[in-house]
Design a protein around this ligand. Sequence first.
Ligand SMILES: CC(C)(COP(=O)(O)OP(=O)(O)OC[C@H]1O[C@@H](n2cnc3c(N)ncnc32)[C@H](O)[C@@H]1OP(=O)(O)O)[C@@H](O)C(=O)NCCC(=O)NCCSC(=O)CCC(=O)c1ccccc1C(=O)O
Length: 265
Amino acid sequence: MSQYEDITYEVVDNAGIITLNRPQRYNAFRAQTVDELIAAFQRAWSDHTVRAVILTGAGEKAFCTGGDVKQRAETGDYGPSELDRFRIGDLHKLMRDIPKPVIAAVNGIAVGGGHVLHVLADVTLAADTAKFGQAGPRVGSFDAGFGSAYLARVVGEKKAREIWFWCRQYSAAEALDMGLVNKVVPADRLLDEAKAWVAEVAEKSPTAIKFLKQSFNADTDHQAGFSNMAMTALDLFVVSPEGAEGAAAFAEKRPADFAAHVDWH
Ligand SMILES: CC(C)(COP(=O)(O)OP(=O)(O)OC[C@H]1O[C@@H](n2cnc3c(N)ncnc32)[C@H](O)[C@@H]1OP(=O)(O)O)[C@@H](O)C(=O)NCCC(=O)NCCSC(=O)CCC(=O)c1ccccc1C(=O)O
C-alpha cells in the first residue's frame, strides 16, 4: 500500500512521521485508517533510516478520537477494509513489536481508541492544549485488552478504573501528574520537540533499544491474549441493542439510554 487516504506518512531525517488525517472526524479511525496505519508502521519498521516513529494527528483539535462512531452508527461496523477485517488488535501489537521507539505527539484530544494508541506508544509528548480520556462506556464500547490492562500498568489500578468508568477528560498537566505522558510543551513546539527526541535516540545503539523494548514488552505480552478476547467480545457487543444505542445516540447528538437496552440476564 503506497497511497494513503486517511493518513500521511513521511520520513524526515531519522523520523517516520505518521499523521492521522481525518480532521473533519477529529481523526477518528475507520477500518481503512487502521489498514493504512499498519502499512505505514510496517514501512517504518523496514526502513533502516527510520530510528523512531512519531504518531500524531492533523489539525489543532484532535490527536485521535478512536473508532469512527458515525460510521458504526451508519453501517454497524467500521467500514470496508483491505482484508475484510477491522485490524485494530493487529495495530496495537505492531506498535509494541516494532523494534524502534514509538513517540505519540498528542496535539489535541486523545479519546477512546485514540487514547489507547497513545497509551501503547513507548513515550508520549503532549501539547499543553491536549486532552486525554476514555469514552467507551459513554458510547457503547470498551477495550478490555491492552487499553485497560496496560493503562493500569502506566497510571496504576485506581486511576485506570477512574479513567474508564467515569469517562472524564484530563488536561495535559493532569496527564503529566499521573505519569500518563512524558513531557508537555507549547502546542506550536510539539512536532519540533518530537523530532528532537528522535534525533537524540538516533544516536543510541539500535540493537540495545530493540532488546530493551522487547524486554519491557515481555512483562506485559500476556495481555495480548486478553486483547484477542476483548476484540472478539467487542465485535459481539457493538451490534447488541446496548452497544448500538451508544453509537446511535452519538450520531443523533442525544444522551444514550443504555439502561433501556441492557440484557440483564
Ligand atoms: C472528542 C469529543 C469529546 C469532542 O467534543 P467537541 O469538542 O464538542 O467536538 P464535536 O463537535 O463532538 O466533534 C467535532 C466533529 O468530529 C466528529 N467526531 C468526533 N469524534 C468522532 C468519532 N469518534 N467518530 C466520528 N466522528 C467524530 C463529531 O461528530 C463532529 O462532527 P460534526 O459533523 O461537526 O457533528 C467528542 O467529539 C466525542 O465524544 N467524540 C466521540 C469519542 C468516542 O466516543 N470515540 C469512540 C470511543 S470507542 C472506541 O474508540 C473503540 C473503538 C475501537 O476501535 C476498538 C475496537 C476494538 C478494540 C479496541 C478498540 C479500541 O478502543 O482501540
